[in-house]
Design a protein around this ligand. Sequence first.
Ligand code: NAP
Length: 242
Amino acid sequence: MNKVIIVTGGSRGIGASIVKLLAAEDYKVILNYHQSEHTAEEIKQELLQQGKKIEIFKADVSKREDVRKLIQFAIEKYHKVDVLINNAGIAQEKLFTQITDEDWNKMIQTNLNSVFYCTQEVVPYMLEKQAGSIINISSIWGVTGGSCEVHYSVTKAGIDGMTKALAKELGPSHIRVNSIAPGAIDTDMNKSVTEEEWEEVKREIPLNSIGKAKDIAKCAKWLIEDEYTTGQVISVNGGWYI
Ligand code: NAP
């Protein structure tokens, strides 16, 4: 495959699974990481040994200057970006009354402004080609609202708003923009969830199981290959919210 794909937050969890699945399909993948250098390097070595195309690049996507360098790296290496997957994100559980300005700003900066920065830096190159696909990883909480995660829910709802508005603006240039809204997925993000709590969550999910990172990766792969879906928020949640 000739497509060049950037995955933000590709060092762990959902992002790492997306990177591995797409590299296995012979896409040219650029894995962005921030703190997990060792894990990113391990994924790179694993994929290189399989003869796959993989580059890794350290950037804090909550910072415009870092994002600029990430996109420049991709352009210098491959002269184009076909697909941007805005996956990097953080979560925090707190009562609304206890969210500080610092918590709020960090959440907006990391989860929402990063999507603005990455997308704005990439779109000019997609416009040049009159082609491209942007996939934003939002969340079930952006759609339904998550108790004790107001600031997180706000960022994810914002991402879905951006997805819809941008899909309309960029559709005439053959650039598709979609969100994937995962339900409960077993990654480090949920490492504080106890067995008992997982059982409780499972009881609320019609498919009666917790999602795997690969479930989201498969949806991302489908969205890359699809040609007629845009402006959608696709729920991958086992039927948790219908
Ligand atoms: P995770 O296991 O905690 O991994 C988070 C990833 O984001 C890591 O690779 C991390 O990179 C990266 N990241 C965080 N801040 C970054 C920054 N400033 N710059 C660059 N990379 C950064 O989380 P996950 O569960 O895979 O979540 C991935 C996405 O799915 C997030 O947007 C999350 O909100 C969304 N989501 C997850 C769930 C779930 O149940 N797990 C449900 C709905 C939505 P480093 O480690 O290198 O810093």
